[in-house]
Write a protein of this length. Structure first.
Length: 615
């Protein structure tokens, strides 16, 4: 069991391993040469300081990790994250201090996990500050181009956070919910002000992103205040725990008098921007936009690549994946029509389509949960260590599904008591069939995001700051690599439609490289990008449209899936070649996952060191 008080006080990077064995050295590994004790102590102290700064900056992160329910953490459960420019400036100034201290530590005297810890912090602080100092719009220090957008930010995430992360077990929890609900109006106004400042700096979102945001915001306030989930949620949950009081009535007053007016102010600002917005799509439209794209590529992929390199690589991957799919389709007698027409025809022929109804949507969620159980049973063949936390599949809330991806994952609590959630978007049932669901489950849940992220959160051997680190090439690369693992496990041996879906998913991620670079380097229009992706992948126009809009918002992130997957496969085969008969896939996965989240270059150095130990 995690010592949660030690967590809040800042457990050292060298914290002892839990009784599950999580984070222990892979079987047969020789001990790594010891780091210099003085340099290690300084690095541990720095990581503890980084963690304290992180949780002070984000009380919502404390709640998401379950750390707001212990002595020393109660302050957090009544607060939302401060989204003001002043709060970001304070956080970034702390990162400058972190970087200065890091550079005073002798990297040459560190080894093993200590060296990994140093290198991860070195890259992260450098790339974040590079963007924060240069680009004065969007998310500070992160390549999300618009403060108010269709995917992230306050209006999208806070209702879900209050419903699914803020626990209500007592009167103090219910009071804290109301406090957070009141602050929702404040942070909405903060984001509105930042959106206005971004537009003044020359970074008005394109018209189609504004249209989606206005639609989502309008849906968020469509219900009468008393019927809003923001009000009903606390009423239902307080009643279930027999907590006396008119909680729904009090929440209704806050929604009516504070939250809905703040939503309307945000809508009005977006409508103001919409009157002069243009239809240009890519990062090149932004101030210093080409440099912004280069920064996004470097941050998300953790290696420097160019738009032309990504475009060429994507085209090669698309051709390779398409050829594999054509073998299956032609073998099934599907030789006429577009890719999507033939895939759908095969799915219909073999009973692989879901009804466009409430019953059909319920079956999708039920099937996703069944698939989680099926893949769990096969894990011991490829993994020594599995997370304590469970994962459940749910539908994306209707209010926000318009701008959300086809599927995504939200982690549980750090102690494993709150499960992870795998969300399936059921907005457009024409794009949701048996063909692709299994691979989506493997990517978002097991052995993908849920396994990697939960193992990271639960790993007491890794500093807390690194357990929740954003590193797209590692995290998304693992999730895409895990699809390959599921295929290697034999999950599709009796599921030819599932195998087709796996290959179609690989094709979809390959096309992302082409489209991301097409939009942000070649200056494709939104329509060019959508047409290419529909034609190349066979996905529906509706789902592709939300994907393309995402690439306009966070340029450089979409390639990280394939770039990361290729790196996981490359370092695995490099290790297999070096170790020969000594190579154990389960030990490799322990080595890769139990050292925490890291950049791709750090991953290769870490696996190289592991190979030496194994040999």
């Amino acid at each position: 069991m995690i010592d949660r008080r030690a967590v809040l006080l800042g457990a050292a990077a060298s914290a002892t391993v839990a009784t599950t064995g999580l984070g222990s050295a892979p079987a047969g590994a020789a001990p790594a040469p010891a780091s210099d004790p003085a340099q290690r102590a300084r690095l541990d102290a720095l990581y503890n300081k980084m963690w304290q700064a992180e949780i002070r900056h984000s009380p919502q992160k404390m709640t998401s990790l379950g750390l707001d329910r212990e002595a020393g953490g109660e302050w957090a459960k009544s607060k939302l994250d401060d989204r003001s420019p002043e709060a970001f400036e304070t956080h970034m100034n702390g990162m400058r201090e972190t970087r200065a201290t890091l550079k005073s530590i002798d990297r040459g005297k560190l080894s093993g996990l200590d060296a990994v810890n140093y290198d991860v912090a070195d890259f992260h602080t450098a790339i974040t500050l590079e963007g924060y100092d240069r680009f004065k719009f969007g998310e500070p220090g992160y390549p999300r181009a618009y403060a108010v957008n269709q995917l992230d930010g306050v209006f999208n995430n806070t209702p879900d956070f209050l419903e699914n992360k803020h626990r209500i077990e007592s009167k103090s929890d219910a009071d804290a919910y109301l406090a957070r609900l009141s602050q929702f109006a404040t942070v909405l106004d903060q984001e509105t002000a930042r959106a206005k400042a971004g537009a003044a700096a020359g970074a008005t979102p394109p018209d189609f992103i504004l249209d989606t945001c206005i639609l989502q915001l309008s849906k968020l306030k469509a219900a009468a205040p008393a019927d809003a989930r923001l009000a009903k949620s606390i009423g239902e949950r307080a009643a279930a725990k027999s907590i006396a009081g008119d909680w729904q009535g009090r929440a209704t007053t806050i929604v009516e008098r504070a939250v809905y007016p703040a939503i309307e102010r945000q809508i009005e600002e977006l409508r103001r921007q919409r009157r002069t917005a243009n239809h240009d799509a890519g990062a090149w439209r932004l101030p210093d936009g080409e440099a912004y794209y280069d920064w996004g590529i470097h941050l998300f992929n953790t290696k420097k690549m160019t738009g032309p390199e990504i475009h060429k690589l994507g085209l090669e991957m698309v051709a390779e994946n398409t050829a594999e799919i054509e073998v299956i389709l032609k073998g099934a007698g599907k030789t006429r029509g577009s890719l999507v027409e033939r895939i759908n025809a095969l799915a219909v022929e073999r009973g692989g389509m879901y009804e466009n109804s409430d019953a059909g949507r319920a079956k999708v969620v039920a099937d996703a949960n069944r698939q989680i159980g099926e893949i769990e049973a096969l894990l011991p063949r490829y993994f020594n260590t599995v997370p304590r936390a469970k994962v459940v599949a749910k539908r994306v809330p209707v209010e926000i599904e318009a701008g959300k991806a086809g599927g995504y994952y939200n982690h549980g609590s750090i102690d494993g008591t709150l499960p992870g959630t795998y969300y399936v978007n059921l907005r457009d049932m024409s794009d949701r069939s048996v063909v692709g669901l299994a691979t989506l489950t493997h990517h978002e849940a097991i052995p993908g995001h849920h396994m990697q992220i939960s193992l990271s959160l639960e790993n007491e051997r890794v500093p807390l700051w690194r357990r929740k680190l954003e590193c797209s090439a590692f995290v998304e690369g693992w999730a895409l690599y895990s699809q390959t693992i599921a295929d290697e496990m034999g999950i599709f041996e009796k599921d030819p439609l599932g195998k087709l879906g796996y290959l179609q998913s690989e094709l979809f991620r390959a096309a992302r490289l082409v489209v991301d670079s097409g939009l942000n380097w070649k200056r494709w229009s939104r329509e060019q990008a959508i047409d290419y992706m529909v034609g190349a992948t066979g996905s529906s126009r509706d789902s592709v449209t939300s994907e393309v809009d995402r690439y306009c918002l966070i340029p450089g992130q979409a390639p990280s899936y394939k770039i990361g997957q290729r790196e996981w496969l490359r370092v695995r085969e490099k290790a297999r070649t070096a170790l020969g008969d000594k190579f154990d896939i389960r030990a490799f996965h322990d080595a890769g996952l139990l050292a925490g989240i890291m950049q791709l270059g750090v991953l290769e150095k870490h696996i190289d060191a592991w190979v030496v130990q194994q040999a």
